[in-house]
Ligand binder design. Structure first.
Ligand SMILES: *[C@@H]1O[C@H](CO)[C@@H](O)[C@H](O)[C@H]1NC(C)=O
Ligand SMILES: *[C@@H]1O[C@H](CO)[C@@H](O)[C@H](O)[C@H]1NC(C)=O
Ligand SMILES: *[C@@H]1O[C@H](CO)[C@@H](O)[C@H](O)[C@H]1NC(C)=O
Ligand SMILES: *[C@@H]1O[C@H](CO)[C@@H](O)[C@H](O)[C@H]1NC(C)=O
Ligand SMILES: *[C@@H]1O[C@H](CO)[C@@H](O)[C@H](O)[C@H]1NC(C)=O
Ligand SMILES: *[C@@H]1O[C@H](CO)[C@@H](O)[C@H](O)[C@H]1NC(C)=O
Length: 499
């Protein structure tokens, strides 16, 4: 390199020293792709008085050595030397004449090869001025071949949760090298590898490594290859096979004696689909009144205490078998009798709105209380009558709110529909709020969220341990407490005493 540089400086100084008029004009750099054609310009600037051109020589300059490419001589004609004979020609037809005109000795270089990358010198031999020369650096690019492959068309998620390469992206034999990036929402890591070929090209490879699982199925993975500013994108969608994820639907924590038409359904998310469902009752055999229909247990006849127990469903696909279970309790009486409450349970999303409504109601009550307070203060100023009247007004207006705190029942003890008046609402909101908070981590539809099911991971533990989801009953008394102090007639009466 240092040697080349010093030669370059020498060459430069030669050109500059020819300041008495003659110079060789060339592009400093030129580039082309493998197989393409480039034009290497070389123009001789003569001066007055003109010098005589004795010969023009094109040379390839690489590794500190020079190799002749083509020669043009005014009396002898032109000569292109092997191995350039087939691929190099002078651009100007005049140069090829018997008595060539040698002012423009630009050459056309076709069917470029990687080995053509070099500096090319165009040297003019003149009389009486001597040699004049200049050089062009020719760079040859190679377009890479890019492709992306999935490791296997279908990836199998093993319970061992082992990392594996799911896709490979390769950009082969590029010059300059490509850059590979990944675009995906899939959690994973990428590895990169670069291989330099003897011909100067570089192959870059990248693997995308993930732990395949249910959540990686159908995820999109995009490889972005950037080559000289161009971006090429390749995408694949993962096809991940995984063992069943089992949930049991149907037990609503309200199987009471003589209830009709109850059933349990074993739902499994699996790829490929479940082929076999198997039901068992822990520590017992399935009741004789039960009918197995596909993935459901249909209980014929009314509910009896004999139905209680832990029901287990094994779901099997080609990847494995997993188990879901539900603990069925039978009660003497229905659990959640209020139709209002049942509505909440049916649509979890309603719960938010209902809570919002309740909060709004509290705000409204507070505003009304404030208004009343102001109104009473006014009345007190204008007419200093007895307070019992005002208290009477308060008592009437706020009997409902005042009744709240005293009356938030624990849901287990909820009464029958006949006493389900407005006063019960806040307590029941608390219940649905409790469901929401305790079971939010489960996916599945809203209906599922209310079922006390869970799934046992066979890979981890075979025994059905106590991962039961307990319903959390939260009577949520704070709102009521607030309201008490806000709306308690006596409190406000006290304030009035201060006025
Ligand atoms: C230049 O030198 C390198 C090693 O220094 C060699 O591999 C290469 O073939 C040489 N190129 C030419 C055109 O001689
Ligand atoms: C041309 O290439 C030589 C090495 O072959 C290098 O030293 C020089 O800086 C290059 N010139 C330009 C203009 O890129
Ligand atoms: C460069 O070398 C690689 C590996 O030997 C080869 O596959 C590729 O075709 C070569 N590229 C060119 C442009 O000759
Ligand atoms: C159920 O059976 C298992 C063994 O099959 C036993 O260990 C367990 O104590 C039994 N449980 C009940 C409640 O009978
Ligand atoms: C359930 O089984 C019945 C036959 O008992 C069959 O006709 C039906 O297609 C099955 N349904 C599903 C979803 O497998
Ligand atoms: C269901 O019954 C079992 C005993 O059979 C009891 O341990 C469990 O707490 C009960 N679950 C509910 C939600 O009542």
């Amino acid at each position: 390199m240092a040697m080349l540089a010093s030669i370059w400086i020498v060459l430069l100084s030669v050109t500059i020293q020819g300041g008495d008029g003659q110079s060789v004009q060339m592009d400093p750099i030129k580039s082309g792709f493998v197989g393409s054609q480039v034009e290497l310009r070389c123009i001789f600037q003569n001066s007055n008085p003109p010098v005589k051109i004795s010969q023009v020589t094109w040379q390839k300059f690489v590794n500190g050595t020079k190799q002749n490419v083509a020669i043009a001589n005014p009396s002898l004609g032109v000569s292109v030397l092997p191995p350039f004979k087939e691929r190099v020609t002078f651009k100007q037809a005049a140069v090829r004449h018997r008595t060539p005109s040698l002012e423009d000795t630009t050459i056309m270089f076709s069917n470029l090869k990687l080995s053509d990358e070099a500096a090319y010198i165009c040297e003019y031999t003149t009389f009486p001025a001597g040699n004049r020369e200049n050089m062009v650096n020719l760079t040859v690019f190679a377009k890479p071949v890019t492709h992306m492959t999935l490791t296997t068309p279908t990836i199998v998620a093993r319970p061992q949760k082992r990392k594996m390469t799911v896709a490979t992206c390769q950009s082969a034999n590029g010059k300059p090298p490509s850059v590979i990036q990944w675009e995906t929402t899939l959690k994973g890591e990428s590895t990169f590898q670069e291989t330099r070929n003897v011909n100067g090209t570089v192959t870059v490879r990248s693997n995308y490594v993930v732990v395949p699982g249910r959540e990686t199925h159908k995820q999109k993975l995009t490889c972005v290859v950037t080559y000289r500013g161009d971006r090429i994108k390749n995408s694949v969608v993962l096809n991940v096979q995984y063992e069943p994820e089992v949930t049991i639907e149907g037990f609503d924590d309200n199987w009471y004696l003589n209830r009709k038409d109850v059933s349990l359904t074993c739902n499994a998310d699996a790829n490929p689909p479940v082929t076999v469902y198997q039901w068992k009752l822990l520590n017992g055999s399935l009741p004789s009144t039960v009918e197995i229909r596909n993935n459901s247990l249909i209980f014929k006849g009314p509910v009896t205490y004999e139905l209680a127990g832990t029901y287990v469903c094994d779901a099997t696909n080609s990847i494995g078998t997993r188990t879901g279970l539900v603990e069925v309790n039978v009660t003497e009486f229905p659990n959640n009798p209020s139709p209002w409450d049942r509505n909440v349970k049916q649509d979890e999303h309603n719960a938010g709105a209902v809570i919002g409504g309740a909060v709004g109601g509290v705000v409204l009550l507070a505003a009304a209380a404030t208004l009343l307070f102001l109104f009473l203060r006014r009345r007190q100023r204008t007419f200093k009558g007895d307070y019992s009247t005002k208290k009477h007004v308060f008592g009437n207006g706020y009997s409902k709110a005042g009744g709240l705190p005293a009356n938030h029942p624990i849901p287990k003890n909820l009464q029958y529909p006949d006493d389900s008046d407005d006063e019960k609402k806040p307590a029941q909101i608390g219940v649905s709020g409790g469901f929401e908070a305790s079971e939010r981590d489960f996916d599945g539809d809203a209906e599922d969220l209310k079922r006390p099911y869970f799934t046992v991971d066979e890979g981890e533990s075979r025994d059905y341990d106590e991962r039961t989801l307990a319903f959390q009953y939260d009577p949520e008394p704070e709102i009521a407490d607030d309201m008490v102090s806000q709306t308690d007639g006596s409190v406000i009466s006290k304030k009035e005493w201060y006025v």
